[in-house]
Write a protein that binds this ligand. Structure first.
Ligand SMILES: [Zn+2]
Length: 190
C-alpha cells in the first residue's frame, strides 16, 4: 500500500472499485477507509455473516432455486436448469447469467430457462447466494434492470439491496487480493 506524506497509509483510490460504481462517492470513501485498516472490511463481513451456506452441488442448487421460485414466482415460466459455472468470471455486473432459449413446442413458443451462477458463490454466506438466485429468478419476469425488476427482487428478499451491496463489498475485498473469507461447510474461526 502506498504511503502518504507523513507515513500514513493511503487508501486505494475510490475509482479502483469497479463493483461499487453504482453507489455514492461517500460510500466508496467509507469502503476505502475500511480497507486502509488492517482487516477492516474483512472483519466487518465476517462478523455480519459468520457462516457459509451448505448448497454444495448443482442438484442442491436447483432445489434451492426451485423452492424460492415456488414460494414467490409460482406462475413464472419453469426453470429447466440451474448450475454453478466456473467459466463465469465475475466482472462488473455479471454475477450470474440467465438465458432463455425460445423454441416452438406443440405449436406454441416456449422458453427454456437456464440459470448459471458464478462458481465463487459456492463459498459464500447463504444471504449472498439468495441474492444472486433472487436476481436471476427476477429475470424470468423482467429482462431489464428496471424499477419493476428491483421491486420483484425486494418482494422475494426484502434485504435484497443490502445483500447486493455486501456481495459487492466482498468482491471488492477479493479483487484487492484479500483471501476468501468463507469455506464451504465451515464457520470462519473467530
Ligand atoms: Zn441481471
Amino acid at each position: 500500500m502506498a504511503l502518504g506524506g507523513r507515513g500514513v497509509p493511503v487508501a486505494p483510490p475510490a475509482h479502483d472499485f469497479p463493483y461499487l460504481r453504482a453507489y455514492s462517492e461517500s460510500l466508496r470513501q467509507q469502503v476505502a477507509a475500511l480497507m486502509a485498516q488492517e482487516d477492516g472490511l474483512a472483519a466487518l463481513l465476517r462478523r455480519k455473516y459468520p457462516h457459509a451456506h451448505t448448497v454444495r452441488t448443482d442438484k442442491a442448487l436447483y432445489h434451492y432455486t426451485s423452492a424460492l421460485k415456488s414460494r414467490h414466482l409460482r406462475n413464472a415460466d419453469a426453470v429447466n436448469k440451474v448450475v454453478f459455472d466456473s467459466k463465469i468470471h465475475v466482472v462488473r455486473h455479471a454475477l450470474g447469467l440467465h438465458t432463455a432459449v425460445s423454441r416452438v413446442q406443440g405449436g406454441r413458443l416456449a422458453a427454456k430457462h437456464e440459470i448459471r451462477i458464478a462458481a465463487m458463490f459456492k463459498q459464500v454466506p447463504e444471504e449472498f447466494l439468495r441474492m444472486i438466485v433472487v436476481h436471476e429468478l427476477a429475470h424470468l419476469r423482467e429482462r431489464e434492470h428496471n424499477k419493476a425488476f428491483y421491486q420483484l427482487c425486494e418482494h422475494m428478499e426484502p434485504a435484497y439491496h443490502q445483500y447486493e451491496l455486501d456481495v459487492r463489498l466482498y468482491l471488492t475485498h477479493l479483487e484487492h487480493t484479500g483471501p476468501r473469507l468463507w469455506q464451504a461447510d465451515l464457520a470462519v474461526a473467530e
